[in-house]
Write a protein that binds this ligand. Sequence first.
Ligand code: GLC
Length: 538
Amino acid sequence: MTPQHNVTPAADWWRHAVIYQVYPRSFADANGDGMGDLAGVRSRLPYLRDLGVDAVWLSPFYASPQADAGYDVADYRTIDPMFGTLADAEAVIADAHGLGLRIIVDLVPNHCSDQHAWFRRALAEGPGSAFRKRFHFRRGRGENGEQPPNDWESLFGGPAWTRVPVDPSAPKAGEEGEWYLHLFAPEQPDFNWDHPAVQDEFRSILRFWLDLGVDGFRVDVAHGLVKAPGLPDMGHAEQLKLLGNQTLPFFDQDGVHEIYRSWRTVLDEYPGERIAVAEAWTPTAERTARYLRPDELHQAFNFHYLNTGWDAEALRAAIDSSLDAMRPIGAPTTWVLSNHDVVRHRTRLGGGEDRARAATLLMLALPGSAYLYQGEELGLPEVTDLPDEVRQDPSFFRDSGQEGLRDGCRVPLPWNGDAPPYGFGDGGSWLPQPADWAPLTVAAQTGDPASTLELYRTALALRRTHPGLGAGDAVEWRDAPDGVLVLRRPGGLVCTVNTTTAPVRLPSPGRLLLSSGALDPTDGEFTLPADTTAWWEE
Ligand code: GLC
């Protein structure tokens, strides 16, 4: 039975939604074990309603040995005890709906955990096991099979293959066995999506969560499920540098689209526009658009935009190419600046809080849907000085893995108080919080009109009411000095952005609605300070 939805039944809600990513282990800790949990998420849902977001995406909370912070799933229908129980998940969904928030859960279909029941059977039963066919097991190359089956590299560094002993319960020296493919950590074996049991299982998992009332799925590594037939060699090293630049034999293969067509029929069986958003790294915006054809998924993260620096020309080009790619298929463009895998944009863009605020106001002015990552509304910087002994990102433990280390954007949120753990919970925090975050807590910023939190609240409230914000597929560019962007949206919203490090004088486009820094409008002109964005009603 589908639980009652109290959220407003808005057609096409996902075409303009602001979706807030909760990283459960770092959001709020209700049981005081230093690790965030679902009860903590539930207790803070009113905060998210007041912030003004439309939906919440929860990173994985499923049963998992946590080799990759929950992106290694041992059981897709069970909650990890460290996060709570299925009843807690149901309570989060019910409370969210009661507050008018939608819930999107993370789905990890490319790989599971090496502790997943299928993989354990595959290992236990040895070569020839029917369960090995649900993964990519191969004999190695070389006389004794001592070389990996092909030259693919793991995204976390090192080869994408691990060899298993013939009998893992009693391994004998010299009696080594087959290899299995893992595009990520060795604890994350890739599923074989040619196998009907894998396809059936994931349609069933979708239904399990849809029946519980979730409003959608964020599809992890959506571009990775299908591998090129025969698993051909890449032919050269440093394959990570090619990510997002060209088609690889393990990414963005045309066969993935058949999977998403079959998922769309499942999503469409349910009332209330249940959606799926793809994490799809592809060479071009056009390739990304293929995931969003009307009978496939609804949205994809715009990593081309996320990867664009604070440069007016480059931003304009990224905005235009994103909109141009989505317009022919009628899919909403999405925008994102931060998530749990990248350096927080306050730090990454190199301009501190002013630039981060300006970047956010530009993003929220663009047509389509936007993704926020927990803590960006507080202006949190990346934590760059975590000691090695507290780090948990698997790529840290494998050389030459994913660029950058991902723990620094995963430090638990500061809610209140003058010292760690700043109201995160009563039991410390799994990653240490900086000693100077007292001014950044939710409590410290609430009610201060100059704070970043209040800027987000005001911007999101305007998005709900102003006809020139939210859904759309076009912007009109006005002439502007070098380093400055002036865009107008149908509906009369004008956004002015100064990406330079000096103030500029511009003609006032109309009535000032909001700005990320102080302006002084006089005589039909105004000064837009360095690293500042302003919204105007024409
Ligand atoms: C995605 C996730 C990332 C994870 C990887 C493997 O990129 O966002 O956190 O490590 O997939 O599941």
